[in-house]
Ligand binder design. Structure first.
Ligand code: AMP
Ligand code: ZN
Length: 478
């Protein structure tokens, strides 16, 4: 028996951190979905905890497209903040020279994990005039004030809605208490820095502003860049759960304070990737970069599988057993895809799917559209593999039906992104080689040929030959 009616798509629902409930999603009429995703602070290689957040955003973006929406995704690059400045001073190099290799490594890692590129990757250092203009608007509304040292703070007590995103009890707020750092805990809720007056720790990282020389605070960066690319009100804003407070609370206060309009309609946050029960983080030192894991002979595709195989709102524990299990699951999928190709033998897809495949399809869509339940969508995929294998075993799958199943898998893979990814292992580049290559790319962009040649020699010393083609640098082990 086959079914040939197109399935009715379930309602797409997302959990909104603002309302703390699941809501049916509807985009702002007639526009692509505006999606702002807080991007990396480029002071180091991103770890796979960070990539859990970017992977959740990739699944979200792909699901929106699967559901028929166009998407305008913006992911910022935080290339000026407390951490990047500290790093560049420690390394004794200008801020841009310090951050550039990490930016390039980040894009390489996204490719390794099969994460689709966003439409825009604005860098904070390129948007300081927009930040200054936004701070000026806050001044005009009585929501900002300058302190004695020339820094500018957001006046939390003048914005009554403060705390609505993180659901804070503001009754104990000490009016006028200030916090200058970018990152702080709920206990320190207070007026936060929009503009930080220059001090010796900033080295030569400095811009002019109406309030004197200094640099932007971290939170104003995202408000200004989100508004520039997506407008004053847009559909979805995401990040890891640690971004909820203070970062997103402050972004909301700044933007809604300045515009008087709602900033974001749906806020979505993913839970943490953990190691032995603790958040994977640079400060705890319990992290793996993607490069660490590729060096252990795991493939980007296997790590992608591990990172999608958990509901985004539940903590996911990283273990090597999980990577081994991912490898076995992918092998099973590859074997199925090969058998299906043999059975289809080049036939055209038939008009319908076997009834059991139609059921799997409904399960897949229902799971995904219900707040991105990827583990259940994967369960539907493996149910399809089981049924399909037994049909092929019994000679009960016609070539046209096998071709229809191939088409269905291709369609699902628009979201999962694991089937079409290269089955061969990624080339494993040791960290120092990746670093040298990234620096060399920057040198070449800047037409700094002596530096480019020096790095070629350094790579040769490390045992790698580099060639320059029209697609950029290619390396080969000597
Ligand atoms: P950062 O570079 O620290 O600004 O973080 C970039 C993104 O990674 C943010 O959305 C964070 O919330 C997210 N993030 C950081 N650590 C983790 C983790 N262990 N699990 C999931 N997301 C994380
Ligand atoms: Zn942000």
């Amino acid at each position: 028996m086959t079914t040939n009616t197109a399935p009715v798509r379930p309602v797409l629902q997302f959990h909104n951190s603002l309302s703390r409930s699941k809501e049916a999603f509807r985009a702002i009429d007639g526009q692509p979905v505006g999606l702002y995703t807080c991007g990396p602070t480029v002071y180091n290689f991103a770890h796979i905890g960070n990539f859990r957040a970017y992977m959740f955003e990739d699944i979200l973006r792909r699901t929106l497209r699967y559901a028929g929406y166009q998407v305008q995704q913006v992911m910022n690059l935080t290339d000026v903040d407390d951490k990047t400045i500290r790093g560049s001073l420690q390394a004794g190099v200008p801020l841009k020279t310090f951050t550039q290799p990490f930016i390039e490594a980040f894009f390489a890692d996204l490719r390794t994990l099969g994460i689709e590129p966003a439409e825009h990757y604005p860098a904070a250092t390129e948007h300081v005039p927009e930040m200054i203009a936004l701070i000026q608007r806050l001044f005009d509304k009585g929501l900002a004030y300058a302190s004695e040292d020339g820094s500018v703070y957001f006046k939390v007590s003048a914005f009554p809605a403060y705390g609505k995103l993180a659901h804070l009890d503001m009754s104990g707020l000490r009016a006028g208490a200030r916090v200058a750092q970018d990152e702080y805990e709920k206990e320190s809720v207070g007026d936060f820095a929009l503009w930080k007056a220059w001090d010796a720790n900033d080295g030569d990282v400095v811009w002019d502003s109406p309030w004197g020389r200094g640099r932007p605070g971290w939170h104003i960066e995202c408000s200004a860049m989100a508004m520039k690319y997506l407008g004053e009100t847009f559909d979805i804003h995401t990040g890891g759960i640690d971004n909820l407070f203070p970062h997103h609370e402050n972004e909301l206060a700044q933007t809604e304070g300045a515009t008087g309009n709602p900033f974001v309609r749906v806020w979505m946050h993913c839970a943490h990737l953990r190691v032995n029960g603790e958040k994977m983080s640079k400060s705890l030192g319990n992290f793996f970069t993607l490069r660490d894991l590729l060096g252990k002979k795991y493939a980007g595709r296997e790590l992608r599988y591990v990172l999608i195989n958990g509901h985004y709102r539940q903590a996911l524990n990283f273990t090597f057993d999980a990577v081994e299990a991912a490898r076995a699951s992918l092998a099973r999928l590859d074997e199925f895809a090969d058998r299906l190709a043999e059975t289809a033998a080049g036939a055209q897809a038939g008009s319908g799917l076997p009834a059991w495949a139609g059921t799997c399809q409904q399960q897949f869509d229902a799971a995904l559209f219900d707040d991105l339940n990827v583990p259940e969508a994967l369960a539907a995929l493996f149910a399809l593999v089981r049924e399909g294998n037994s049909a092929m075993q019994n000679g009960a799958l016609a070539p046209a039906a096998a071709a229809s199943l191939q088409a269905l898998l291709t369609d699902w893979d628009r979201v999962l992104g694991i089937l079409a990814m290269g089955r061969t292992k990624d080339t494993v580049l040791p960290e120092e080689v990746a670093r040298a290559l990234a620096s060399r790319q920057t040198a070449r962009q800047n037409r700094n040929w002596p530096e480019s040649d020096r790095l070629r020699d350094e790579l040769a010393r490390l045992g790698w030959e580099v060639r320059d083609g029209k697609d950029g640098q290619k390396v080969k082990k000597l």
